[in-house]
Write a protein that binds this ligand. Sequence first.
Ligand SMILES: Cc1ncc(COP(=O)(O)O)c(C=O)c1O
Length: 345
Amino acid sequence: MIPILGTMTFAIPALLTALTEVPEAVINVESAGELRRLEDIAARCGRRVTVAVRVNPSRVHLTGSLQMGGRPSAFGIPEPEVPAVLELAAGLPHLDVAGFHVHAVSANLDAQAHLDYVHWCLDFAVRTARTAHLDLRVVDVGGGFGVPFEPDRRGEQPFALDRFGEGLSRLPVPAGLSVIFEPGRLLVADCGWYTAQVIDVKRSYGTDFVVLRGGIHHFALPTSWEIVHNFAVVNRTADGDPKGTDADADADPNADTDTDPRGTDPAGRAVTVVGELCTPEDTLARDITVGSVRPGDVIVFPMAGAYGYEFALAEFLGHARPRRVVLAPTDETIRAPGSQPAEPE
Ligand SMILES: Cc1ncc(COP(=O)(O)O)c(C=O)c1O
């Protein structure tokens, strides 16, 4: 197994120094400047280190919502500049370029497009290595496999891993070349749910707002790009028992809500779900038709296990961090390191 390290863009000198000490590591490098810094460090440590050059392709055909490549970006070296950077690296005696790293997209659901992308990465790597007289050993094609956030509204299907695997097995890979994947979201997204209690339901100039005891300081993923993150409403009945309803379902537009002391129920109307922070940025969903939703109910966002808790703006306004509860397969509830025990509300 090849440890691939330093993939998280622009490693600080202390990290580069630590990485040079890892035997057989391949260090992904983001820029010509980082190559030079690594050369200095490797020279000081008296070691020769193996690197992969991160490439920002000129064009990325993937349909994924988040693109770090095919456009101006802080990530990687623009494709037209790669030959010059390889020439620079060839003159740096403590660096051994073993290949390329391309992580150009995230959240892609199209298996065929992902196959085409991997195919392009391999083809690019082989062509470029041949021209530069490189001994190509590594092509790291990054992550980017998506999960369906909107299966109901947009009919999104899970990434077709079987089809992808089958296509991969037919891709020609030169002997001695390791192809590396770095999946993130696909592995853990469906391991997490974000839940927050409704503290108010109000109407403003014709728009219904559902206000949560939570928001982007707990869970910023829905605001990070233009997805509509599916959610469900778990209603608290009068006796406190939960009764789940999916957003877009169970709407009863004729329900008489004006007499309810808990306020207006926007059942059957589109709502905007906002958090408790003092900024309009704190919006988790817009224009989603819901069934009944009242203060005390709970909103549940699935697929929150990747880029969820860690990705949130935790310090903004100094609210308490959300509780993290880890459920063991046996249903036994155990505590995550640093989290508080779950208590029934
Ligand atoms: C270099 C690199 N590789 C892999 C990943 C994982 O990506 P994903 O979660 O889209 O699979 C990331 C995520 O930020 C990344 O920066």
